[in-house]
Ligand binder design. Sequence first.
Ligand code: NAD
Length: 318
Amino acid sequence: MESMITSRKVVIIGAGAVGSSFAYALAQRGIADEIALTDINREYAEGQVLDLAHGLPFYPNVQIKVGTAQDYADASVIVITAGAKQAPGESRLDLLQKNAAMIEGVMDEITAQKSRAVIVIATNPVDVLTYAAIRHSGWPKARIIGSGTVLDSARFHYLLSKHCDVDVSNVHGYILGEHGDSEFPAWSMTHVGGIPIDDYCPQCATCDDWMLDREEIARQVRESAYHIINYKGATYYAIGMALVRITAAILQDQNSVLTVSTLLQGEYGLQDVCLSVPVLLGKDGIKRVIEAKLRAEEQSLLEKSADTLKRSLAELAL
Ligand code: NAD
């Protein structure tokens, strides 16, 4: 497939909380010319588009409309946020199967339009659905990515910056693995002001026991979504902004290093599983996976995360 950034058109499938928050943030960023929002519930999409479009006098120039399948043909980025919610009495596996069938159906529609867009999947479970989309469609793996742990890494930056009392733009680090319970921070890749965290800590007096506090930060990152869902039912603003970050990397061919979910085929010693590791992201999707030299305990956590995901794939018989 050839590169196709000939338009700055973004299609968003799913006009719910995540899709509309993303559309709102993307419109304000001014990096897209056209945003097409689609939903199985067309009236809902109509309502969201009108609400967003009424803000156009306050945005950079962008067209916002309700999309149809034809919009896939010339889109540069298609972001899938559509998702069924767990119905009463429905098992996790039923929900998984329902969302996998939905993703496969959506991929068929996108393929039928001969789209050459980069597909970004945010619907959960994001790693399993990214795998399902790649396997079902036969598309090059570079062009189908999951939002992965881009959001979790942002949560990590936020918590670390609060903990160390340092500007969030001066802390750096990545959450690797599943977007879910088996994810973990790669401490070997974590820096404050360019200094490896292990060297920075002894000169910082903000905590008593850094090793204990590390565990606490990792736990808080993992449990963030549960807390927010308990408080207000869903998370959508920060994922909306994370999706803007991913979309910008593609639309502007930024070669950004981001932890999106990607199909591993030997990298980090892992085969045939989608999970998050740092990759270079640009106009054609993933340019390459960046292989960091992880510590033995981090490599073991990555392998455990891959095993967890493989069990879900096996349940789904993917
Ligand atoms: P929501 O219920 O508010 O919106 C989902 C929308 O999808 C609804 O408007 C629904 O009508 C639509 N939809 C369902 N099936 C569809 C189909 N086949 N085609 C088109 N539209 C369809 O849910 P939400 O809060 O926006 O969450 C959406 C998804 O995003 C969920 O799977 C959620 O778990 C996930 N999520 C992911 C992250 C992340 O970091 N990856 C973060 C937050 C939420």
